[in-house]
Every structure is written in C-alpha cells, then in structure tokens.
Design a protein around this ligand. Structure first.
Ligand SMILES: Cc1cc2nc3c(=O)[nH]c(=O)nc-3n(C[C@H](O)[C@H](O)[C@H](O)COP(=O)(O)OP(=O)(O)OC[C@H]3O[C@@H](n4cnc5c(N)ncnc54)[C@H](O)[C@@H]3O)c2cc1C
Ligand SMILES: *[C@@H]1O[C@H](CO)[C@@H](O)[C@H](O)[C@H]1NC(C)=O
Ligand SMILES: *[C@@H]1O[C@H](CO)[C@@H](O)[C@H](O)[C@H]1NC(C)=O
Ligand SMILES: *[C@@H]1O[C@H](CO)[C@@H](O)[C@H](O)[C@H]1NC(C)=O
Ligand SMILES: *[C@@H]1O[C@H](CO)[C@@H](O)[C@H](O)[C@H]1NC(C)=O
Ligand SMILES: *[C@@H]1O[C@H](CO)[C@@H](O)[C@H](O)[C@H]1NC(C)=O
Length: 429
C-alpha cells in the first residue's frame, strides 16, 4: 500500500497533447473524473498550416460546446472543391453540399484549432472537471496491465485508463502491440513529400488570373494537378492567411535521417513546380519560409488496445494527408471514448476497462483503417504522364467519409451488415 500510494493516481492519463489527446481530454471530462495530459514538448510552437474538419468531426466538436473557444479563431466554411489541370484550366468544381451530412467542412489554422482545444480541455466553464496538462513531460513507455506510465525524468503516474495519443512515433504504441504480429511497427515513408507554405493574403501581389479560375479569398479548396505533383490550397483564418501543401515524389525515399521536416530553399519549390501556372508560383514565391516534409504513415495495426491502454489518433492510424482526414479521425476517436467509457471510474476492474476499450476498437477499427487505405490510394499520380487526363475522383470517398453518426451507431451498422451477410449465406446453403 505504502509503495503504491507514492505513485500519483489519476482516472485517465492521456499521453500527448496534440489534436487527438486534447480532443480526448474534452470528450472524457466528467464530474469527479481526474484527467492528466502529459506532453513531451513545451507546447509553444504548433506547426503553422491549415487543417480541415470534415462535416461529422465538426459536428462532434459543436456538440462539445466548443463555440465560445472556436468562434474567435475565425473558422471558415469550405464551400467547394475545385480541380485545375497543370495549365490552370478548371476541370471539376464540386460544391460541397454537406447539408445532407448535417454539418459543414470547416477550415482552421492548425495553431488556432489546437489552442481552442487546449482552452476547452482546461476551462472551468465546460462540463465536468478540467483536465490538467503537464508540458515538458515525455513518456518513455507504459505498463498496460497496471496502467502505469513512465516518464523520462524517472517518475511515473498511474491511471485507470491510459490513452496513447502521442502521434506517429508513439512510445505507448510499442507497448500495446508488443507480442502481436504488429510488434515493431514503425512509421514508414510513403514515397511522397510535401512542401508546406503559409502566406498572409495582404502581402500578396495582385495575381494575373481570372477570378472565375481562381480567387484567393474564395472559401474553397483548390487543387492543381500535374502528373506526379499537386498543389492543394485555400484561405484560412477568416481570409487572412493562404495555405499551400505542395506534394512531390520523395526526393530521398530511403532516407534514414531522423528529421522529417527540413527547411527548403524557395528555388527548389519553384523549380519543382515549374510546369504549374505562373500565378501559383507567384503565391509560392511570397513564402516567408518553406519546409519539406517527408510524408509517412503506418500500416494498420493488429490492435489498438492492451489492458488499460488504448491508442488513438496518429498513434493508432497515422494516414497520408491526401484525404484531409487525420484530424477528423482523431476527433471521431475521442467521441468513441466518450460514448463507451461513460460508465468507467476508478473502481472499475481492469477487465471492465479492457472490455470497453475493446468495444471502442471494434467500433472504430474498420473505418479508420479503410480511410488510411483510401488516403494511400489518393496518393497515386493524379494526372496521366502527358497531364491530359485527370485521374483523381474527389467525389469517390466523400460519402463514406462523411456518413458517420458516432461510434455506437457505426458499431450497430456493422452488426446489421454482418447479420445481413449471415442471412444471405444461410439462404444460399
Ligand atoms: C504540418 C501538418 C499538417 C497537417 N495537415 C493536416 C490536414 O490538413 N488535415 C488533416 O486532417 N490532418 C493534417 N495533419 C495531420 C493531423 O494534424 C493529425 O493527423 C492529427 O492532428 C492527429 O494527430 P495526433 O494528435 O494523433 O498526433 P500529433 O499531432 O502528432 O500529436 C502528438 C502529440 O504527442 C506529443 N508526444 C509525442 N511523443 C510523446 C511522448 N513520448 N510523451 C508525451 N508526449 C508525446 C507530441 O509532442 C504531440 O504534441 C497534419 C499534420 C501536420 C504535422
Ligand atoms: C444538397 O443536398 C440536399 C440533401 O441531399 C438536397 O436536398 C439539396 O437540394 C442539395 N443542395 C444543393 C445546392 O445541391
Ligand atoms: C517528472 O515529471 C512529472 C511530469 O511533469 C512531474 O510531475 C514530476 O514532478 C517530475 N519529477 C521529478 C523528480 O522531477
Ligand atoms: C506534367 O506535369 C508534371 C508535373 O507533375 C511536369 O513535370 C511535366 O513536365 C508535365 N508534362 C507535360 C507533358 O506537360
Ligand atoms: C449513409 O449510410 C446509411 C447506412 O449505411 C445509408 O442508408 C444512407 O443512405 C447513407 N447516407 C448518405 C447521405 O450517404
Ligand atoms: C454525423 O452526421 C449524420 C448525418 O447528418 C448525423 O445523423 C449524425 O448525428 C452525425 N454524427 C455526429 C456524431 O454528430
């Protein structure tokens, strides 16, 4: 007893304060439930980029009463998806009619979304007890059975539930998948890299492009595709910023280096996109700085849970950004924690905890794994070699991605589909 009481006890210990970890902290808030979030970094320089929340994820966030925290962040509604060829001619315009999904596709500055989630997780003005966030507190691993998380400074904490939200290079993942066929799974290079650029719209010169082709302030996502390269771009923060993600084949696909994100000279980007319209390259050339990211993802894991621990977000299912689903899938994971863990408290046995964590994995696994796979499919060359045929079909996965009504409903749909398949097999027999 005496030894055990030396280890700090919490109801929930979340490792990682990224979008997944903070969303989980908000979702799990409940009167009398103590939540600790451990974050390795000092959390003062979240990467600057634009990020989208797909209709259902934005609906989940709305349901958490996040409006007071989000309203001041100037979110934008993404109203259309526009596809241009390498000559800058409009090929497809898809109005994002998201009314059928009950919410809009929202665009945020990644720092703003992260800030709002952090405020909501720790605010006194939200339902339930505020979460405690400790920064500069990296976890080195955990014991899934006892719920102990080990910290790099040699101390440890204990939780009834451990949520591994520590991103694509997760330390908690190593423990969860130990002894399974996924043991040793690591992030893998995907053959793609991305230059990320964020510029202030006011600082841009007048662009030489007709407004019906492209307008900086149009609340839409524009994609320009050349054979093996593409630019995905749009405005953010109420039209103050303009963000570009410029995908190229990975120049160093077998590169072992530990740095995934390297400053890149502007000339390199302009050279890579020299076949693209001049006005796009003009936007690029105003970049205050450019970084080249090697894009990695992970293969679907055999499981996301062991004992009292569960993986969520990129730790569980890191995916390519080609579908803009990474953040949304993290939010859906957080909603699943909320839905299945409402009856769990400090008195719950480890069997009770594990049964609920397993139910979460069952509800979430197929969907997140499929979106991971779709994201890889969408990474294939977007136009033919001569750039004459655009091969990408943005509509294809939209419906699947957006037609989601929470983890419990999804689990019910899966059961119904299985019963249907069973009946069909039985009828044939
Ligand atoms: C620049 C950039 C742009 C992106 N753009 C998009 C986009 O447009 N659309 C989209 O859907 N997705 C995008 N993504 C992906 C998206 O951000 C993630 O999928 C999503 O945020 C979920 O991430 P996460 O919280 O699981 O992991 P992360 O965001 O990686 O957060 C993990 C957190 O855990 C901390 N951590 C790591 N190890 C430890 C440890 N051992 N102990 C304690 N803490 C630890 C990290 O410091 C970090 O704060 C982008 C990602 C990046 C980096
Ligand atoms: C959007 O979808 C809804 C529901 O399917 C439909 O009723 C409506 O007419 C559509 N609106 C537009 C502008 O296409
Ligand atoms: C180690 O880090 C944790 C989390 O930040 C902190 O609570 C604890 O006091 C630290 N312990 C030591 C011995 O520094
Ligand atoms: C097609 O686009 C690519 C950019 O991905 C470019 O390098 C190539 O020169 C273009 N080819 C033709 C025939 O226009
Ligand atoms: C969503 O999925 C349900 C059940 O699988 C289906 O009946 C419905 O038509 C779908 N709705 C849309 C808008 O795709
Ligand atoms: C997702 O959208 C569907 C369709 O509009 C809706 O029925 C459902 O409640 C939404 N799910 C969540 C968790 O908000």
């Amino acid at each position: 007893m005496a030894i055990r009481s030396e280890v700090e006890q919490w109801d929930v210990v979340i490792v990682g304060a990224g979008i997944a970890g903070l969303a989980a902290a908000i979702a799990l808030r409940k009167d009398g439930r103590s939540i600790l979030v451990l974050e390795k970094s000092s959390m003062n320089k979240e990467v600057g980029a634009l990020i989208s929340l797909q209709p259902n994820a934005s609906k989940i966030v709305d349901g958490w009463n996040m409006q007071p925290f989000l309203a001041e962040k100037k979110p934008m509604v993404d109203e259309a998806f526009r596809l241009l060829n390498v000559e800058g001619k409009l090929q497809v315009e898809m109005k994002l009619n998201t009314s059928q999904f009950g919410a809009d596709r929202m665009l945020y500055h990644r720092q703003d979304l992260h800030d709002a989630l952090r405020q909501a997780a720790t605010s006194e003005n939200m339902p339930g007890s505020p979460a405690v966030i400790r920064t500069s507190s990296g976890a080195t691993g955990c014991d899934c059975e006892s719920g102990t998380v080990y910290l790099s400074n040699g101390s440890s904490v204990q939780g009834s539930i451990i949520v591994g939200a520590d991103g694509i290079r997760s330390a908690i993942r190593d423990e969860v998948i130990k002894g399974t066929t996924s043991e040793g799974s690591k992030a893998i290079p995907t053959g793609l890299s991305a230059y990320r650029i964020l510029v202030e719209i006011d600082k841009l010169p007048k662009l030489d492009v007709p407004e019906d082709v492209f307008d900086l302030k149009r609340s839409a996502t524009t994609m320009i595709v050349g054979h093996d390269k593409r630019v995905i771009m749009g405005p953010g923060r109420g039209g103050e910023m303009f963000g570009l993600v410029c995908l190229v084949p990975d120049p160093n696909p077998n590169g072992e280096g530990t740095s995934w994100n390297n400053p890149a000279p502007l000339g390199e980007v302009l050279e890579a996109f020299k076949a693209f319209p001049t006005w796009v390259r003009e936007i690029m050339s105003q970049a205050p700085d450019v970084a080249l990211w090697q894009l990695r993802d992970i293969d679907p894991l055999t499981t996301w849970t062991k004992g009292r621990a569960i993986l969520i977000g990129d730790a569980a299912h890191a995916m390519l950004p080609t579908q803009g689903q990474g953040a949304s899938q993290s939010i859906e994971d957080a909603e699943a924690l909320q839905a299945f863990l409402s009856g769990i408290d400090s008195k719950s046995s480890s069997e009770e905890v594990h049964a609920q964590l397993q139910a979460i994995v069952s509800a979430r696994y197929e969907r997140a794994s499929l979106i991971q796979a779709y994201s890889r499919l969408q990474a294939k060359p977007a136009a033919s070699k001569d750039n004459k045929t655009v091969q990408l079909n943005p509509q294809e996965f939209m419906e699947y991605n957006c037609n989601y009504s929470g983890a419990k409903d999804w689990a019910k749909r899966q059961r119904e589909a299985e019963e249907m398949a069973y009946k069909q097999t039985a009828a044939r027999a």
